[in-house]
Design a protein around this ligand. Structure first.
Ligand code: SAM
Length: 161
């Protein structure tokens, strides 16, 4: 079983209804956002419709439930009220360090031993190293993408203690 604990509108998924995956998020929402590449009127409708409403800081699952987790939390700390990026990706609160620390801890708790965590982070506002400092686990390898090279994909393995 795979977990996406903060799935948003599942934009990164090739199959947004992947049957092996449990999709979670705190919100259920239909949004119309600005996207000039999408429709003639420059808008796009996004649906955030998780299988389960949940909080990645306190996951409603037993230890060692998932073999693979894709953790893509909000990466914005500052955003205006009308920000379409914040509407699309969510926004972190003032306690974002604690929220992400708890998110990482919960991911590793619900991962099976030898389970894999894929962590995605865009460092426009917060540097990747500052976020990786919030977990004692170290990524094995990763990949940098995006037009400005600010989106990072990190791979972790939950090792036997
Ligand atoms: C970067 S977006 C995810 C984008 C998604 N991976 C995609 O492909 O579209 C982050 C999501 O985390 C959700 N979120 C924020 N805080 C959360 C929390 N404490 N628990 C679960 N989801 C949360 C937001 O609602 C937002 O949809």
């Amino acid at each position: 079983m795979i977990l996406d604990p903060c799935c948003g509108s599942r934009m990164m998924w090739f199959d947004r209804a992947n049957p092996m995956t449990l999709f979670g998020d705190t919100r259920v929402e239909t949004l119309t956002v600005t996207d000039r590449s999408h429709k003639a009127d420059g808008t796009r409708v996004l649906q955030v419709a998780p299988d389960t409403r949940m909080d990645f800081r306190q996951m409603p699952f037993a230890d060692e439930t998932f073999r693979l987790i894709a953790f893509d939390p909000p990466h914005l700390v500052r955003a205006g009220k009308k920000s379409w990026l914040a509407a699309k990706y969510g926004k972190l609160g003032t306690d974002w360090r604690d929220d992400l620390r708890r998110g990482f801890a919960e991911c590793f708790r619900v991962l099976t031993t030898d389970g894999v965590l894929i962590f995605k982070w865009n460092e426009t506002q917060v540097a990747l190293r500052d976020v990786l400092a919030l977990t004692p686990h170290k990524p094995l390898f990763g990949h940098t993408s995006g037009r400005k090279g600010q989106t990072h994909w990190m791979t972790f393995l939950k090792e036997v203690k």
